[in-house]
Design a protein around this ligand. Structure first.
Ligand code: SMG
Ligand code: MG
Length: 381
């Protein structure tokens, strides 16, 4: 692709209800979308293309070191100028080379992932290929799990979980933290039975000193416990794994295929939550899928409250064979009254995988404008 312009839009989407985790309460999703325009070569000459990318960093650096303001500056001051220099040398940028072209910049995987996603979308739209087909997806719809935040009371939690089950969600994930773990899990089991697919996510809220306490979760038949310890605690997760029978799943700890290999080798995880933005892009996400599959490690697609753009790409990725557990790929209305794309809706507990070229979705201009906080043209002149 020869990039000609890049529009960076900071969005603010109000959440339908507060979303509380062990590290924050969010009432709006502050996010970043990129619109990359340019041309790609085809057998019949160059065609003009547009591609969309989404940066999954949160508004504040509380889930990971990246945050929206930082990602904006990273993309504008470092990443795009590096790609412009590549083009000035007469070379094209492709989705498969973006990661290598940007690797001199240490980290900033979510910012890099947004650019790679937009270039991949543009290339695939030009050749009429969907993300699903490009990744080798084998399904046209994926089971929808839902992430339930920490609630003001157990009663409120039971109401929320009951509502999601009534909507048809096939898997419930409860956010937990010290002081809100055994009681909510026990209450959900008590109210909705042992058949419900149930898992928990601590967002790194515990330490190995909590091992005996966490081990009591083993009584509730959970699918997994996600990121119980700090993101840099691989060895400690491996130790925790020997102290409890509930499978350990890692999220924040896995930022690359290398991390996944280390976690598997150390026995720090027997399940991996793959989030394309966290690992630097969909191509690295696919590599982690392939690696995990080779080791018999189950993976599922995590969520970062994406708009319909990221949701479309995540649904395509989650349709790969190795994604054997329901992901955090809920309907748009789980978080948003209005999405920036046509909404993703739950159908028999599943989300349809877009089949159109590229992402298969694009922003609805009026919807995008309504939530745009600022727009900048950031391709170096
Ligand atoms: C603001 S919390 C975002 C990270 C969190 N994501 C979710 O809980 C799923 C959110 C979603 O369904 O997009 C996680 O740690 O897995
Ligand atoms: Mg998580």
């Amino acid at each position: 692709m020869l990039i000609e312009s890049v529009e960076l839009r900071e969005l603010r989407l109000p959440l339908v209800s507060p979303f509380t985790t062990s590290f924050s309460t969010q009432t709006e999703r502050n996010t970043l979308v990129l619109r990359v325009a340019g041309s790609v070569p085809t057998p019949n000459g160059r065609v003009d293309v547009v591609g969309w990318g989404e940066c999954v960093a949160l508004g504040e650096p509380l889930y990971s070191p990246e945050y929206i303001d930082g990602a904006k500056r990273m993309i504008q001051l470092y990443l795009l100028p590096m790609l412009a220099r590549v083009q000035a040398e007469g070379r094209e940028v492709t989705a498969e080379t973006v990661g290598a072209l940007l690797e001199k910049v240490v980290g900033h995987r979510m910012a890099k992932a947004a650019i790679e996603m937009a270039v991949l979308d543009a290339e695939l739209r030009a050749r009429g290929e969907s993300f699903a087909r490009y990744f080798g997806a084998t399904r046209t719809r994926v089971p929808a799990g839902v992430s339930v935040g920490i609630q003001p009371s157990v009663d409120a939690l039971l109401g929320a979980v009951g509502g999601y089950l009534d909507e048809g969600y096939v898997r419930i994930k409860l956010k937990i933290q010290p002081g809100w773990d055994l009681a909510p899990v026990a209450a959900v089991r008590q109210q909705f039975g042992d058949e419900v697919l149930l898992q928990v996510d601590a967002n790194a809220a515990y330490t190995l000193a909590d091992a005996q306490h966490l081990r009591r979760l083993d009584d509730y038949g959970l699918l997994l416990i996600e990121q119980p310890l700090a993101e840099d605690d691989l060895v400690q997760h491996a130790k925790l794994a020997t102290a409890m029978s509930t499978p350990i799943c890692l999220d924040e700890s896995i930022e690359s295929a290398k991390d996944a290999a280390d976690a598997i080798t150390l026995g720090a995880a027997s399940v991996i939550n793959i989030k394309p933005g966290r690992v630097g892009g969909y191509l690295e996400a696919k590599r982690i899928h392939d690696l995990s599959r080779a080791h018999g490690v189950a993976v599922w697609c995590g969520g970062m409250l994406e708009t319909g753009l990221g949701r479309a790409a995540n649904a395509a990725l989650a349709a790969l064979d190795g994604f054997s557990l329901p992901g955090d790929i809920s309907a748009s209305d789980r978080f948003y009254r209005e999405d920036i794309t046509e909404p993703f809706v739950l159908r028999d507990g599943h989300i349809d995988v877009p089949q159109g070229p590229g992402l298969g979705v694009e922003p609805i201009p009026e919807n995008l404008a309504r939530v745009t906080h600022d727009t900048q043209e950031v391709w170096p002149a």
